[in-house]
Design a protein around this ligand. Structure first.
Ligand code: AMP
Ligand code: MG
Length: 511
């Protein structure tokens, strides 16, 4: 504990830090302190998340919290360190990246027994900062808030922002921008790059300890599994499953991560780092928005292949733990990796069948081609991905057959192909035997109305950053938190962006 002279009501640590990472893996980080913000003020406090974590909302969201989350006061019980990791960025390997502008404050446990990390981002340069300033700006910080909350509300595993503050100083990018820092919650910050860091140094003892730590955090049931190579293979299987599911879920909402480097791929299967991410508007599998991704390495369609490529880097990093026989280790790891396409296909199928209201079951085996055919129709019509799926609930067989479904206008114009598809889809739904009302509700719960549209996100961020006006951000956040609810007052948030906007839209690595 670093808190001293606390009054009776303040004696209890505001966050029940346990700091297992610092205890078990001190060599995997460098102790560091946040730079105190010169004149902090609140941008955002995530009360629902604080509540989920069992934290004191009043205390953390008040004046004391502002001191803690701005680096002005040490957070009692924290043991801040900059984590070491390596990474393949756009295919090229950097043996040392590490937290250049982030700090792990520590890990803590919720009253329900769930362990989580708390980390700062934008809290000043660390030993890993190289030429970076270690800072963050208001826009990218609030983008991370919006995207994390949106993905969470849509049911995707993601890191989330607990607190975001203005630091009161400017940061220099292409121009001067108001500075900010955030506090992020993650199941852990272990990434593929954490393993790559020690593999590159051929430090087998550390690799072993990092693996044990990772198992303890994410796959404790595998801890007792021996002997090599079974445990490593079982771990790879789990990470593959989580990533397959995550990428399928990303694709199910039209999400492009934009910078799937191995240092941005978590072991937990949570989404992390929202710098250049974007959402697809019209369905276009080749879509890519990131300004630095000239060859479409991280295009929408490429994401599962890249996930597998990254997982191959994880498998390589773990080879030395798979026993004496190197050739056999490579064979086994390759065979394990080759399971990924099937794992992904299964996850993708589940996500997209659900979007059509279809499911596998003892009495039904849905027509899989319905999914691809619908996507093809959307693509030919340049129809909006989100609204296209959302409109399906209005086109159920026994429901309002001829109802006007705004998202599908372009499809309806292409009558023959569209009508043929709709008949097949209706037949498949009827074959499942649910009441139309049930089907309608299920579709409504699966296909969101409000998603973080790029033009809305940009408008909210520039109002906050350029005019200091947080109202558009707050309004958008409110919509993103109830993505399946039709609220007429928020209908502008559900609209597709003007085509000209999307044609020109580029994202930048959020520094
Ligand atoms: P990212 O692209 O945000 O995943 O970061 C890649 C690497 O660059 C990580 O090692 C970061 O810590 C580092 N980095 C990014 N921005 C900055 C910055 N402004 N100052 C210091 N390091 C940074
Ligand atoms: Mg990163």
């Amino acid at each position: 504990m670093t808190e001293t002279a606390a009054g009776p009501s303040e004696a209890q640590a505001p966050i029940p830090f346990d700091n297992q990472f610092a205890r078990e893996l001190p060599e995997a980080g460098v102790p560091a302190q946040a730079q105190p913000s010169p004149a902090p003020s609140w941008l955002y406090f995530n009360a629902p998340l604080a509540q989920e974590l069992g934290l004191d909302v009043e205390r953390l969201g008040g004046a004391q919290g502002l001191g803690w989350f701005s680096g002005q006061l040490a957070v009692p019980g924290s043991q801040p360190l900059a984590q070491a990791y390596a990474g393949h960025q756009f295919g090229g390997f950097s043996p040392q990246l590490g937290d250049g502008r982030a700090l792990l404050l520590g890990d803590a446990i919720t009253p329900q027994g769930r362990r989580y990390d708390l980390a700062f981002k934008g809290s000043g340069p660390t030993a890993f900062a190289r030429r970076g300033d270690g800072k963050a700006a208001v826009g990218p910080v609030l983008r991370e808030v919006l995207m994390g909350e949106a993905l969470h509300a849509l049911g995707l595993p993601t890191t989330r922002v607990l607190a975001a503050v203005r630091t009161g100083e400017s940061v220099r990018r292409e121009r001067l921008l108001p500075g900010a820092m955030l506090t992020r919650v993650a199941a852990s910050h272990l990434r593929v790059g954490t393993f790559e860091f020690f593999a590159a140094r051929q430090d087998q003892a550390m690799l072993r300890r990092v693996l044990d730590h990772a198992l303890g955090r994410h796959d404790p049931d595998l801890l007792t599994l021996g002997p090599a190579p079974d445990q490593v293979l079982a771990f790879l299987e789990r990470v593959q499953q989580r990533q397959a599911r995550l990428v399928a879920q990303w694709m199910g909402i039209g999400f492009l991560h934009g910078v799937m480097n191995t240092d941005n791929m978590t072991i937990s299967g949570e989404t992390i780092d929202f710098g250049p991410c974007a959402l697809m508007e019209a369905y276009e599998p080749e879509a890519v928005f990131s300004s630095i991704d000239q060859y479409g390495r991280y295009a929408y369609r490429a994401q599962p292949g890249i996930a597998q490529w990254n997982l191959a880097r994880l498998a390589e990093s773990l080879l030395s733990l798979m026993g004496e026989d190197a050739e056999r280790a490579i064979e086994l790891a390759s065979a394990q990796l080759q399971r990924f396409p099937a794992q992904f296909a299964e996850a993708w199928r589940e996500v997209f069948l659900a979007k059509l209201g279809l499911r596998d079951g003892p009495h039904s085996s849905p027509d899989d081609a319905l999914v691809q055919d619908f996507l093809d129709l959307l693509q030919q019509a340049r129809a909006d991905f989100t609204l296209g799926f959302h409109a399906l609930a209005d086109l159920l067989p026994a429901a309002t057959q001829e109802a006007d479904a705004p998202g599908l206008h372009p499809l309806i114009v292409d009558a023959p192909a569209w009508l043929a598809w709709r008949q097949r889809w209706h037949a498949a739904l009827i074959g499942q035997g649910d009441a139309p009302q049930q089907q309608r509700e299920r579709l409504r719960r699966t296909n969101p109305w409000i998603v973080p549209r790029n033009h809305q996100v940009e408008a909210a961020l520039s109002a906050a950053s350029d005019q200091g006006d947080l109202r558009p951000f707050e309004r958008l956040l409110a919509g993103l938190r109830q993505p399946f609810t039709h609220d007429a007052a928020l209908s502008d948030l559900a609209q597709a962006a003007p085509i000209e906007f999307t044609a020109r839209y580029q994202t930048f690595c959020g520094t």
